[in-house]
Design a protein around this ligand. Structure first.
Ligand code: ADP
Ligand code: ADP
Ligand code: MG
Length: 502
């Protein structure tokens, strides 16, 4: 076993803190890197040492693999944890880390490269009996041929970037006459966003649920799965609410999907923590989507139901230890939910909101976990992902986890910035979510009128409204001569309501 003594976390925000916490419990020294925009960040203060790696833009700081390796050499770092996003799925970086004699906490560069391409991944798992979404197995270049294939599959179809990620690089095509234009747009988008214009066709599954399986492999050839997470509540093909276990999987289906996920991991000799993503259709047929070769944003829900610390497992595996449990040792206990608290305005198409956390008070209590990287008074930098926190609740069953989530959302106080908290409450109270009868179309189907987020007035508000109404009436009487002033009380009333919502 190679004991890791000093770990550099090549990331920021909540995930940097979360990784450092586990490292500290294991007696490992931690090094933070930060950009000029993150000087005051919590991960910088938490680490034993911290080094500024450049200006705010990611490309000038968190993505500077060369600078990060320099820091490692200077400070005697023996391992790098990449978190998620940034360099976590960059095979070239993983290779350079390895060549510098530093442990990369993740799979081999070969596995990252293979699974980083959705097409190569599908080809690699072809020899196992894994169901795939019908579509092309190669990048499409000939538009006429592609049109024929698309018509055979049947519209609507999806044109997808092979190198895509983060919900980007996908285009739904409804009819053959739109195909050519959409394909050209898809190729140019893929080229500019991922530096790779390869696109392919997939059948567009109408009402799928997103179910993914957490896997863990060691350097001795053991691979287990840690059950599923359901991530069907999405906006822009990106997850907002996740849970474990899923409310629709039977033990048989769970075992079958688990087995497939382990096979996908075997197909690339996977080492470390990874996630195999599937779509599940209305008839409970599942299809392999892709594998993410890193720690996933929503990993805490799996930790809550299995009692395992995934970061510690990653570190132990990187140190060369065999897994200390087998598949049969793993069981599901209770139910966990995660709400990604984004600095986004759910009443305005979930557009990112910018500003300062004027008030920031976390919920607490039994069954509530908050993974975040901010404090009251801090600004949400515009340069990075707008996630403020992950609010996780854990209960003996789904019902209890939902009750705790509603309670925690109500306790969470954030002003100065719009967040996804009110949307989270809407979902938790929605019959479709509560009954478990929902899919990735949830927002499209049930959240077309965001004004539903405005809460019913409380007693205090009603009393205040009565006072304002009386004042307003008085003003109107006085102001018949100056009608322009009559707008003011209404305006202040809605501002006051709006502030309360924040
Ligand atoms: P997860 O896949 O863990 O559920 P996300 O899809 O939200 O979570 O991705 C996690 C982070 O990684 C986000 O900050 C996202 O923007 C980023 N990300 C994911 N894939 C890519 C990619 N291919 N290129 C750039 N950033 C990515
Ligand atoms: P990314 O790399 O961006 O995470 P994925 O292939 O994992 O891309 O897909 C992200 C989301 O897009 C899925 O969770 C699902 O909601 C939607 N999606 C992807 N492929 C399909 C498909 N063939 N049919 C319907 N929805 C899809
Ligand atoms: Mg995905």
């Amino acid at each position: 076993m190679r004991k890791i003594e000093k770990l550099l976390v090549a990331n920021r925000g909540e995930i940097a803190l979360r990784v450092m916490r586990s490292a500290r419990e294991m007696g490992i020294k931690t090094v933070a890197i930060y950009s000029e925009a993150d000087r005051q960040a919590l991960h910088v203060r938490y680490a034993d040492e911290a080094v500024c790696v450049g200006p705010p833009a990611s490309s000038a700081s968190y993505l500077r693999g060369d600078v990060i390796l320099e820091v490692c050499k200077r400070l005697g770092v023996d391992a790098i944890h990449p978190g998620y996003g940034f360099l976590s799925e960059n095979a070239g970086f993983a290779q350079q880390v390895q060549e510098a004699g530093i442990t990369f906490i993740g799979p081999s560069p070969e596995a990252i490269e293979l699974m980083g391409s959705k097409l190569a991944a599908k080809a690699a798992v072809a020899k196992y009996n894994i169901p795939m979404v019908p579509g092309t197995e190669y990048a499409i270049t000939d538009i006429e041929e592609a049109k024929v294939i698309a018509s055979n599959i049947g519209f609507p179809i999806l044109i997808k970037a092979s190198a895509g990620g983060g919900g980007k690089g996908m285009r739904v095509v409804e009819r053959v006459s739109d195909f050519e234009e959409q394909m050209q747009l898809a190729v140019s988008e893929a080229t500019s966003a991922f530096g790779n214009g390869a696109v392919f066709i997939e059948k567009y599954i109408g009402s799928p649920r997103h179910i993914e399986i957490q896997v863990l492999g060691d350097t001795h050839g053991n691979i287990v799965h840690m059950f599923e997470r359901e991530c069907s509540i999405q906006r822009r093909h990106q997850k907002v609410i996740e849970e474990a276990p899923s409310s629709v999987l039977t033990p048989e289906l769970r075992a079958e999907m688990g087995r497939c996920a382990v096979d996908v991991a075997k197909a690339c000799d996977y080492v470390g923590a990874g996630t195999v993503e599937f779509l599940l259709d209305e008839n409970k047929n599942f299809f392999f989507l892709e594998m993410n070769t890193r720690l996933q944003v929503e990993h805490p829900v799996t930790e809550q139901i299995t009692g395992l610390d995934l970061v510690k497992e990653q570190i132990k595996i990187a140190q060369g230890a065999p897994l200390s449990f087998s598949q049969e040792d793993l069981t599901i206990s209770g139910h966990a939910l995660e709400l990604r608290v984004y600095a986004e305005d759910p009443t305005n198409n979930f557009l990112p909101d910018i500003g300062t956390l004027t008030t920031y008070k976390r919920p607490q209590g039994l069954g509530v976990r908050v993974d975040d990287g901010f404090e009251e008074g801090m600004e949400i930098p515009i340069y990075y992902d707008p996630m403020i926190a992950k609010l996780v609740t854990f209960g003996k069953d789904r019902q209890e986890a939902i009750e705790k989530m509603i309670r925690a959302i109500d306790e969470y106080q954030i002003t100065g910035i719009e967040t996804t908290l009110p949307f989270g409450r809407f979902v938790m109270e929605h019959e479709a979510f509560r009954s478990g009868d929902f899919d990735t179309k949830f927002i499209e189907r049930y959240f077309q009128d965001p004004s539903v987020l405005k809460p019913a007035p409380t007693q205090d508000e009603e009393a205040m409204a009565a006072v304002l109404a009386a004042l307003f009436a008085g003003k109107v009487k006085q102001s018949t001569a100056t009608p322009t002033s009559s707008a003011a009380p209404t305006g202040s009333m809605s501002d006051w309501r709006k502030n309360r919502l924040k």
